[in-house]
Design a protein around this ligand. Structure first.
Ligand code: C5P
Length: 232
């Protein structure tokens, strides 16, 4: 089977985190968050290369052209995550055909496990549309009123939280993201763009430990997770 390319959106400004350094360049356990993310993806033999989508103002990109022996390319992203992913899909090497599956994975999600990535690739590639890693909602959901009081309780039945990686065919995903952009809808993940096309991606339950680094507390959590990892 042909190798899989990954689009890694890393063009966000990370305003929730504070500080000047984009969160993918923060150091944890002797390397950047981005290096951990790449190592997690490239640990699977089917992952062939990655395109990192950078902000035009990015002054911290280390200029790598490969990582652990697999090729890396870069391109410039857009104002939203969806625009950045679309830019990445357009910049993929020509060898990636329209009907080839590609992965999209947040730069700031470094704690992806081998088991989850393997499950996504195996079950997602067997699905006609593709798949995403996700986890069921376990907390009770409250809808807030303007005054901060609770207006009501929402059912959590059949609700899932969408993670990345997400796995779709290159051309179908590009078209879905283009259609959403034309309609002026800011899709917050790739699956949402596919759903708008009437397609039904598969949900694959993944570990809660595949969290996105958003706040300083998440960085401390990742540091803790790294220390718990068995030595390779
Ligand atoms: O901001 P958020 O945490 O949702 O971003 C998720 C991922 O999307 C991050 O890796 C971020 O760098 C990326 N992103 C992007 N282009 C944007 C906004 C976010 O590549 N305009």
């Amino acid at each position: 089977m042909a190798g899989i390319w990954t689009v890694i959106p890393a063009a966000g400004r990370g305003t929730r985190f504070g500080g000047d350094l984009p969160k993918q360049y923060l150091q944890v356990g002797g390397q950047t968050v981005l290096a951990h993310t790449l190592a997690a993806l490239f640990a699977h033999e089917a992952v062939e290369g990655a395109i990192i989508v950078l902000s035009a103002e990015d002054a911290d990109w280390p200029g790598w052209s490969d990582f652990e022996g697999k090729p890396l390319q870069t391109c410039v992203g857009g104002a939203t995550r969806a625009e950045s992913v679309l830019a990445g899909l357009r910049a993929l090497p020509e060898q990636v055909r329209g009907d080839d599956f590609v992965l999209v994975h947040d730069a700031a999600r470094p704690n992806l496990s081998r088991t989850d990535l393997a499950a996504l690739l195996e079950r997602g590639r067997a699905d006609p549309v593709g798949a995403i890693l996700a986890a069921p909602v376990r907390d009770t959901l409250k809808r807030a009123g303007d005054d901060g009081g609770i207006d009501g309780t929402e059912s959590r039945e059949r609700l899932w939280r969408a993670f990345t990686p997400q796995l779709f065919r290159r051309l179908q995903l590009s078209r879905a993201l283009e259609h959403a952009a034309q309609a002026g809808i800011d899709v917050t993940d790739e699956a949402m763009a596919m759903e708008r096309q009437g397609l039904r991606p598969l949900l694959i339950e993944g570990a809660e430990s595949n969290f996105k680094i958003t706040t300083p507390a998440d960085l401390a959590r990742f540091e803790f997770e790294l220390q718990r990892r068995p030595a390779r």
